[in-house]
Ligand binder design. Sequence first.
Ligand SMILES: [Zn+2]
Length: 72
Amino acid sequence: MPPGRRWALLWDPAELGPKRVPSPAQLAALDRALAARRRCPICRLDAGYCIPRSIGSCLECASPCTATPTAA
Ligand SMILES: [Zn+2]
């Protein structure tokens, strides 16, 4: 690789225009959608993360053994 090699953008960033900003309604809808995906259908709690479709519940409900390690 020769020294002094320079890179240049293939387009002018100024031509991309203003960044798209979602409306408050879009943000609210997104928030509701994310909240619904975090809600565990078994314990009805907000898991704090999106519930994996393959499991269908939060990780605590999916693996109760690890949720209560001290329980006999
Ligand atoms: Zn759960």
